[in-house]
Ligand binder design. Structure first.
Ligand code: AMP
Length: 601
């Protein structure tokens, strides 16, 4: 956190600075501090950064500052690997452009009815955030033109190419004017990304965050995989489930400090916000109250918490993930002070999973998966706390009048003393029920992290090697589907994975084995795949060919007019075409060698 430059110093347009202020960002993240000046100067850029580092703003803020938008033209194009990311990035860009006069941002992705997109595009699309496959569709249909693009960004290039979008990306880049500014962001630099950089980035500047390695031995580090919209509920449960003295919760923005703090306060926690917005004296007072035990929880931004030294802090919760490992280490260093041991809990949303590995590498320590406490565990804690309070009253309070009242009530109600005491207990716990009903939160899957999750989160994902083959040669729990494209169409397993994952917005991890033949191919999908997903896939094209996706039946390959008819049983018999030698058994092996070069440079 030796990062001191301010947004004002970076040279952004005043409208963009206003939007940054409205978003509540205090200081540029490291990738922003490096990327913004270069992009503002019109340079091409290679950014080594992952989701969660603030990379969207790193390219969006300078490009929005620089580009002169015209009513009808598409001036900025961002390519993203998935539908989810294209929506997220489009929303962020729209937010950053809110003070600019009429900049329309349109996300364009597979899986959405194309006619809905036609309408949005017709109105005007100054910025398009697209997944490659669907963009190609639009280019073919003439509903998008890239002639006037002034800047193009490849976001999460490694993921995009890994999903089989190489050819599509190449085609798209060849449609972009030669003089357009180019930026490429990637967390890793595999061969294919390097190839794109080589062919398409021209002369470029680099923005990279160097991660230092540090050790934090006396701190127990855990992470909780949680969906964004469940974070608040999860936080409340974590706070109740942990035995802590003082707790520091890190969020990204000033607004979030008050928001999170208010919502925790409403749930009865003793909490206050701490942000750069507060006057120095108020900040000091808050820290002092935490020191003296008058306050248990402080919700802070990085800047506001800089240098906090309070021995009582037993827990640091990274409610919002930090931008880089350095600030992670700095944050968790607020606990485990004065030779004590500390606890660090990191909230990770599914998209941020890759940052976890980076942090583990930088701190040279594994971060354990944790689950949420169950309703029973929380109940037991609440009862124990309640009992402590009763114990305190038994020892310290004058109970004479209450005892007399209790006796009187017992007589008047004609009830046992236990019954009346139980009713009083029931009344006393109404605000904080001793037997809370808690809904299970949904269960994002985590890769690479075993099955250490307990409680409401199932953090384990079934490893590939455990998958068993059923009697018909199809993996157990899977069904085999037919695709009317094969080697002859220059289709690779990666193209198939990319098309399926991209079109249906499903994780590529659940796609089973792929077999490639000359004229067709097969892919295995879980037998509980949603009908809505199958419907989307039945419309899918792969490398411009109608894939004619359908469940494999006894009759090989289906007649041309045979639409998708839902699930049928797969025959045990060998298919007449199965003597063709499969090209590749699975898409899980090493990347495919790309043979075709492309580009106009
Ligand atoms: P990204 O890496 O683009 O996915 O951004 C991750 C999150 O960080 C988003 O929720 C952004 O709103 C937030 N963010 C980006 N830049 C900043 C900043 N300078 N200060 C605070 N939050 C930021």
């Amino acid at each position: 956190m030796d990062q001191e430059i301010t947004f004002e110093e970076l040279g952004l347009a005043p409208e963009i600075l206003d939007a940054v202020k409205a978003a509540g960002y205090e200081t540029p993240s490291p990738i922003q501090a490096k990327a913004i000046p270069a992009l503002l100067q019109g340079k091409n850029l290679l950014g080594t950064a992952q989701t969660g580092t603030g990379k969207t703003a790193a390219f969006a803020l300078p490009l929005l500052s620089r580009i002169e938008f015209n009513t009808r033209e598409t001036s900025l194009l961002v390519l993203t690997p998935t539908r989810e990311l294209s929506i997220q990035v489009a929303e962020a860009i729209q937010q950053y452009a809110m003070k600019l006069p009429k900049v329309h941002v349109v996300p364009v992705y597979g899986g959405q009815d194309i006619s809905v997109q036609f309408k949005a595009l017709k109105r005007s699309a100054n910025v398009i955030v697209a997944t490659p496959g669907r963009l190609i569709d639009h280019l073919k249909r003439g509903s998008i033109s890239l002639d006037k693009v002034q800047a193009v960004v490849l976001d999460e290039a490694d993921e995009m190419l890994d999903m089989g979008f190489m050819e599509d990306v190449e085609t798209i880049l060849s449609e972009i004017p030669e003089n357009a500014q180019r930026a490429l962001f990637s967390a890793t630099m595999p061969k294919e990304v390097l190839e794109i950089i080589d062919e398409h980035l021209g002369e470029y500047s680099e923005a990279r965050i160097e991660g230092k390695t540090t050790t934090v031995e006396n701190i127990r580090q855990r992470f909780l995989l949680v969906k964004s919209h469940d974070k608040m509920e999860a936080l409340a449960r974590v706070i109740e489930g942990e035995d802590f003295d003082g707790m520091l919760i890190f969020v990204r923005t000033k607004q979030a400090t008050s928001e999170v703090s208010e919502r925790l306060e409403a749930r009865g926690f003793n909490v206050a916000p701490l942000s750069g917005d507060l006057a120095q004296t108020l900040r000091e007072r808050t820290i002092n109250r935490l020191k003296m035990g008058k306050l248990d929880i402080v919700v802070a931004t990085d800047v506001a918490a800089r240098g906090i030294d309070v021995d009582r802090i037993t827990h640091v919760v990274n409610y919002d993930i930090p931008y880089d490992t350095e600030s992670y280490v700095h944050r968790i260093g607020r606990t485990g002070r004065a030779g004590r041991s500390g606890n660090a809990i990191l909230f990770i949303t599914p998209r941020e999973r890759r940052l976890l590995k980076t942090i583990e590498k930088a701190t040279r320590q594994p971060i354990e998966a944790m689950g949420l406490p169950s309703a029973e565990q929380i109940s037991a804690k609440r009862i124990a706390n309640f009992q402590k309070k009763i114990q305190d009253k038994l020892t310290n309070a004058d109970l004479t009048k209450f005892r007399e009242t209790l006796m009187k009530m017992t007589v008047e109600l004609g009830s046992d003393i236990e019954e009346v005491a139980a009713a009083a207990l029931c009344l006393a716990q109404e605000r904080e029920p001793l037997f809370p009903k808690m809904e299970a939160l949904s269960t994002p899957k985590v890769r690479d992290h075993g099955d250490s999750g307990k409680g409401d989160f199932d953090t384990a994902e079934k490893p590939r090697k455990e998958r068993k083959e059923g009697a018909n040669g199809v993996e157990e729990g899977y069904l085999r589907y037919y695709l009317a494209v094969g080697r002859r169409d220059h289709v690779s397993p990666r193209d198939i994975v990319g098309a399926i994952a991209g079109e249906a917005d499903i994780s590529s991890a659940i796609i089973g084995r792929i077999k490639l033949f000359d004229k067709f191919s097969t892919v295995e999908l879980p037998d509980n795949t949603d009908q809505s997903v199958l419907d989307i896939l039945s419309e899918m094209t792969i490398r411009g060919n109608d894939a004619k996706f359908r469940l494999m039946t006894d009759d090989a390959p289906p007649p041309k007019d045979h639409g998708f008819k839902g699930k049928k049983k797969f025959s045990k018999e060998k298919k007449p075409w199965s003597k063709e030698k499969p090209f590749r058994e699975s898409h899980g092996d090493k990347p495919f060698r790309k043979t075709r070069r492309f580009g106009r440079h």
